[in-house]
Every structure is written in structure tokens, then in C-alpha cells.
Design a protein around this ligand. Sequence first.
Ligand SMILES: *Cc1c(COP(=O)(O)O)cnc(C)c1O
Ligand SMILES: [Zn+2]
Length: 447
Amino acid sequence: MSFSAWFRCFKGCGGRYPLTQIIYACPKCGGLLEVCHDAEALRARPPEYWRHLFDRRYMRTEWPYGSSVWGKKEMVCPEVDNDNVVSMYEGGSNLFRAERLGRGIGVEDLWVKQCGNSHTGSFKDLGMTVLVSMVRQMVAEGQRIPAAACASTGDTSAALAAYCAHAGIQAVVFLPRDKVSTAQLVQPMANGALVLSLDTDFDGCMKLVQEICHNENIYLANSMNSLRVEGQKTVSVELLQQFDWDLPQWIVVPGGNLGNVSALGKGFSELREMGLIDRVPRIAVAQSAGANPLYRSFLNDFDAFEPLKAQATLASAIQIGDPVSTEKAIRTLKDIGGVVEQATDQELADAAAKADRTGLFSCPHTGVAFAALFKLVDRGVIRRDERVVVISTAHGLKFADFKIRYHQAELGTFNVKPNHENRPVGLPAEYGPVRDQIFRTLDLNGG
Ligand SMILES: *Cc1c(COP(=O)(O)O)cnc(C)c1O
Ligand SMILES: [Zn+2]
């Protein structure tokens, strides 16, 4: 039995396009494409077969199946030869049991899926391995593709640059000048990408990269390229594996371009089709209050959707006013009874710091998710006896400047007054003052 997949219009125009074709939108309606799998072939094997296969491969070395993305190759991208897979053994990120944080808000069963603990420090690796592998497949089949390019709020470009460097393909990244962190800027520089720093915001970079790719035959690596969703959706399977094939009730995920929420939804719905699960978890999307078009749409039952001009926010990776995957996200949320919540910079910064006090090291976007979780629990939307997973999207070390400025109360331009600040204490290198300081701190913290 062989497995196969192809592009089709997300809105159902019909038509079937090979995954090796350079095509990002439906030729009939201009809408998004999605990857469609031969569902019959997947369903021909019983659920136990898949459980056993996925578990047997998980985190092992057999190429390329030890990658948690390629370990699900049959339902991800069967069209790539194993020789052309470009993988850094992505996925398999740890599921952090957030015991103290959970207890603090009365949620006993709280977990954080650490998708940022990965090669380039964000979940973007999961999708990029599929996209860059497909580029290598296309080149191997004789297509001429001089480069792959993306616009980025930082993490997509880091992932594209790393996977392209690993494969020997030129990457071109379009970044909004002064709107990405130092770590995010240095990653594509180090990996040899052409780094374009442009005087615009993300939405401006996006417009330009689409034009250039369209005219110059450069491969577009942004999330309107639906191959990335296939890699990102494997988080749904991984969560099942990590919970011994049991499901959480809720998943909270920060949303910008809304590819990640769409991917989770696609993953769960395909798992249901394959008979691996009989219900899907509810999803809460968390947006920054300054870049909240989905939240506004949610408030009127998704009747309308208005793109907006995204305001500056500490959650820079989700500072997006006109998300690419809006329609996919809305369909997902309608299907599963999803909700949308928002958080201000003050709320996200305090939430990240509060989580850090329990041993995490949260990026601002994960801070948005935590802040949204706190509100949803307060309002009773998420019940305290439910199992909740927060998706952490990036490693906190990528946002060290955000964290140090928080703890030194230097985020005034974002109107943030830290409620959990913790500054270094400068002292002479002498026994007495050091000892006094230690006991003052112990008293203060009730030690
Ligand atoms: C890309 C990104 C997001 C947003 O994901 P979308 O798929 O665009 O909604 C959130 N957090 C981080 C750290 C990201 O890099
Ligand atoms: Zn169409």
C-alpha cells in the first residue's frame, strides 16, 4: 500500500496539484491551498498499527523517522524520498508538568509543551523541515529553484536559514528593521542567509517577498505555503504519544499568522479520521491586544473579519494585523468550539515572569498564552479540573533583551510596570553584607 498527498483548494474548488508544483494559491479562487492525504490508504491500517509505528520510531535513530515529524511521514509528506529529507531530528520536545504554576491558579493538571526547545529555538522548525525537504526533492527532480525566501517576525527566518544551510540551498530573509530580537537577527546571519533589513513592518515584508517570489521563481517559505502546516500538525500526535494516547481537554496557543492553530486543528481532525481518537480537544488562541483581529472577530461569532494595522507589542512574533491563515483558523475554531482571548503587554510580561518564577523561561508569546489562560480560568471558560496544555512557541533565551528589561523596569515605552521584578544586587565582595542580603531575601520570601 502506498501513501500519497497533493495540494487542493482549502475552500473546495476542486482540482489537484502535485506537492512538487510551485503553487501557493488556488488558481480558481485565489484562496489558500491545503495538503490533502489519501485518507483511504491511511484508514486501511487500523489505529493500533499507527500507534505502534509512531511509538516505535519516536526519538530513535533510524533515518529519518527519529524526527518526530518524519516519524509520521505517511500522514505528513509521503512525497519526499528519504534521501531528500532535510532534518535536524526536530520534534520530541518535552512536555513540562507545570505543577507550581498550575497550583497557583488552581489548575492541577497543567502542562507546557516546550516547542521552543528545538534546533533554532522555535516551533517553526517543525514546518520548515517539510518545506525545505520538498525544495530538495524538486531540485533532485530537475526543477530550477535558485533560492528559498520568507518574510518573518524573526523565527521563521531563523528556521529557514538553518534548514537551507543544512541542505546547501540559498536562503533570503525579509525582516522588518529593528523589530526582531538580536538573537533572531543573528541566526540567519550566522547561517549564511541573505538578510534583508527593510524599513517596514511584517505585513510590508510579506507583500514584497510574495511579489519577488512570484516574479523570480524563488520558492516562498511563508505559511501560505501549506507544506509547513503538515510538519506543525505533528504536535497533535506528539501530545497524544506523550499522554499515552490520552487527550487534554484544552490547548492554549498564541496566534499571529494563525498557521499553528490551523495545524493543530488539522492534525486532530485527521487523527479522528484515522480512528486514533474519538474527540478533539478545545483550543484557545491567545492574541496580543495590539494585534487582535481574530479576537475581534471571535467577539461577533466570526461573522466578519477585519484586518487591522498591528500595534507595537512585546510579543513581536505575533505582531500581525492581516494573518495569512485566518480562514483555516476560523474553520478550526468553529469545528471544535474554540475560543480567542487577548493580553496586553502588561499582562503578557507579568504572566511570563510569574511562570518563570516556577522554573519556566517564557518568551513573550508564551506569556500571551499564559495571560490568556489565567483569564479563561478566572472566567470559568476553562474549568479548574480540566487538563490543559499551553503551547510554548519559542525559547525564552531568544528574548533575553525582553526579560532583562522587564526585571530592570525598562519597559516603560510599552507601559509595562513589572510586578515580579528581580534585579541583581550589587555588593562589595565581603562576608557581612552578603550574609545580610541573603537573610533579608529569605525573610522576604518566607524561607
Ligand atoms: C510564529 C510564531 C508564533 C505565531 O504562530 P502563527 O502560526 O503565526 O500563529 C507565535 N510565537 C512564536 C514564538 C512564533 O515564532
Ligand atoms: Zn479555490
